[in-house]
Write a protein that binds this ligand. Structure first.
Ligand code: HEM
Length: 311
């Protein structure tokens, strides 16, 4: 089916509206991969398939078992989403009006997916060595970030995007993006020290789970503070209702993610809650990037009604 779609794509031209649908599906696919990858780790199925890319020693699929099915299911999903990624990339070359900027971003998605396939193989070969599992996870979140950027770039041709708020608010939002990145790295390090190594007896990072969880939670509290400050700055700056809506969404999803984080921590980290924390982390990343990119518009910059003092 992927080949048929590819053949069709190579003989037709697509509009930016059609490409926007593909890019959004691509983003959803990349998000789903994080949850299915997390399900592998949280069900101890990381070594469900002793081989890579096959799953059985004698047959490609291998005998039926929960861990094998979860891991192999994740590999099938990865293959399907990789096909979607390839179609999204090829489509960037099939646009009615050529867009070099979209080709570049789409190319970045391919590089990310290829790096993920290699990282995934190395994770299995290294028997789930925690630093490699962390890299594998962070790459998947970075791919989601590129996916958000691709969707945004469609309506903001390169060189046409202008900030529509004052510089200080853009700097604050950049601080938010950077801080979220640090929080996600701290989070995956927490997972690297936590009880869910992906397979019974898998190595753990030689650091205190309690200590790193508290560092992670403290940084999360700082991020919530920064988001509330940004929200306040938006109100003072009199930004557009659209930007305000994105800021509100950010406050809500981050508070919800924090609540999930504390719940899982005080319930001793049950896998069925961690999977929500994983999904929540991805939603926070999308919301932060959506807020930041929302500060730029393809239109000419408009004068904001900010009192001179704040400029
Ligand atoms: C509000 C923003 C937060 C974000 C964006 C966030 C993000 C993350 C991420 C990305 C992971 C790694 C998931 C993985 O590798 O599979 C993680 C793990 C974790 N987080 Fe958070 N987190 C947040 C808040 C909190 C809070 C407030 C706590 C409270 C203690 C917390 C506790 C944990 C724990 C215990 C883990 C390890 C779960 C495991 O065993 O895999 N998080 N977090």
């Amino acid at each position: 089916m992927g080949l048929l779609a590819l053949k069709r794509l190579l003989t037709t031209r697509i509009s930016e509206a059609q490409y926007r649908v593909m890019a959004k599906l691509n983003l959803i696919g990349l998000g789903l991969l994080i949850i299915s990858g997390g399900a592998v780790r949280l069900t101890d199925s990381g070594l469900g398939c002793p081989q890579w890319p096959s799953c059985g020693r004698t047959t490609f699929v291998g005998p039926l078992s929960l861990h094998k099915d979860v891991e192999f299911g994740n590999r099938i999903l990865s293959t399907v989403i990789s096909i979607l990624v390839v179609l999204t990339v090829v489509a960037a070359w099939r646009l009615v009006s050529p867009r070099t900027d979209l080709k570049r971003v789409a190319g970045l998605v391919v590089v990310g997916v290829l790096a993920q396939i290699v990282a995934g193989g190395l994770v299995v070969k290294s028997h789930l060595w925690p630093p490699l599992v962390i890299v594998h996870f962070l790459l998947s979140e970075a791919l989601v970030g590129v996916g958000v950027y691709l969707v945004w770039r469609i309506d903001h041709p390169y060189g046409m995007d202008n900030r529509v708020v004052d510089k200080k608010l853009v700097m604050l939002a950049r601080g938010l993006v950077f801080s979220t990145g640090i929080l996600v790295v701290l989070g995956s390090t927490t997972s690297g020290a936590g009880p869910h190594g992906g397979s019974r007896g898998a190595a753990r990072l030689p650091i205190s789970f309690r200590g790193i969880s508290e560092a992670h939670a403290t940084f999360a509290a700082y991020l919530v503070g920064l988001i509330v400050a940004t929200m306040f700055a938006c109100l003072v700056a009199g930004v557009s209702p659209e930007i305000l809506k994105r800021a509100r969404t950010l406050v809500v999803v981050t508070l919800a993610q924090g609540a999930i984080g504390y719940t899982q921590y005080f319930l001793h980290d049950p896998g069925y809650i961690v999977v929500f924390h994983l999904a929540g982390a991805t939603v926070v990343i999308i919301a932060v990037l959506n807020f930041y990119l929302g500060l730029f518009s393809a239109r000419k910059p408009v004068a904001t009604n900010v009192p001179v003092g704040i400029q």
